[in-house]
Design a protein around this ligand. Sequence first.
Ligand code: FEO
Length: 396
Amino acid sequence: MVTELAKGVYWVGVTDWGIRKFHGFELSVHRGTTYNAYLIQDEKTVLVDTVWGPHAAEFVARLKEVVDPSTIDYVVVNHAEPDHSGSLPEVMRLCPNATVVVSKNGAVSVPGHYHAPWKLQTVKTGDRLNIGKHDLVFLEATMLHWPDTMFTYLTGHNILFSNDGFGQHYASAFRYNDQVCQEELYEEALKYYANILTPFSDRVLKKIDEILALNLPVAMIAPSHGVIWRKDPLQIVKQYQEWAVQKPRRSAVIVYDTMWNATERMAKAISEGLTESGVDSKVFHAALTDTNDLMVEIFKAGLVVIGSCTHNNGYLPSLGQILEEMRGLRFRNKIGAAFGSYGWSGESVKEIEEHFKRCSIPLAREGIRVKWQPGTAEIGQCREFGRQLAGSLKQG
Ligand code: FEO
């Protein structure tokens, strides 16, 4: 259903209730998502972003409820990732003379994806495009999260079209932040930040400072996924400032995989040691836990403890995806530790410690290994290990 955000400004996106894996299969989206596109009717007609290609027919039908697509003058492509640009070929087939507005990097990524003879107009931060009564103002947001990313601001109605920034993979029947469950909304906004924007946190802080310094009035922040922030729209900006600092909680995440429960018993004993020291911990079986949900838990915690029995001279394969995801997200302000059982060669702990180095997560202390099954004494050592780890966590 088309939603009019302000006079002449419409949401014309698509709600994808059914999707559960995004970016191919990289990202879990338990609550579906939306692909938000916006149509602005002023003296010129402007489309801001499109939707993922498989939804092109629904998108064009929605667009036609508001406008004859052949009359579109400008298509602003804030970001060429196919979830937003995938319907561009279909749109441009309907308005072949429209100008595609892109950032400098978008002038590379859009042709790189579509190899089409569209008329491109390149804009940079601060450029204005008059569309009649109002202007579009462009703000490059390089590496938030692609080189081409930019935000587009509509004067008069004071709407910031922030593309992925401030978005959430959250399918909903309503379009605005004040109409949905706040707990769900913030869970999804955090999952989005933790899994996509964490490595760019410094840029997030700088970009927010830059935007705030412009002193633009902001009536709405309209991202390309999830709901539009209209009630206290800057609340999500403040929340991003807090998340970007990555201040950890005085808590631990323990992740393990196990074959015959020896490493699992170690995990539980380490958790007990942390508990005895007043540190909260959550324990996850690596093979049974959604990696992206786990990244949210790791994002929040100050201590990450990872364990595996030794298998083929290394750790169990389920940890590979988790460790690789951690490396890519470049978490800050955490400490780590490793543990694991073994029968003969016993390399898993060292391998996990090597991986912590690749993640730039300093070790709180040397890891703990137990040969075969832990007995009472070894369980006690694991508890003590937990107590020692608690001592390494900063108070706060
Ligand atoms: Fe929602 Fe970076 O695409």
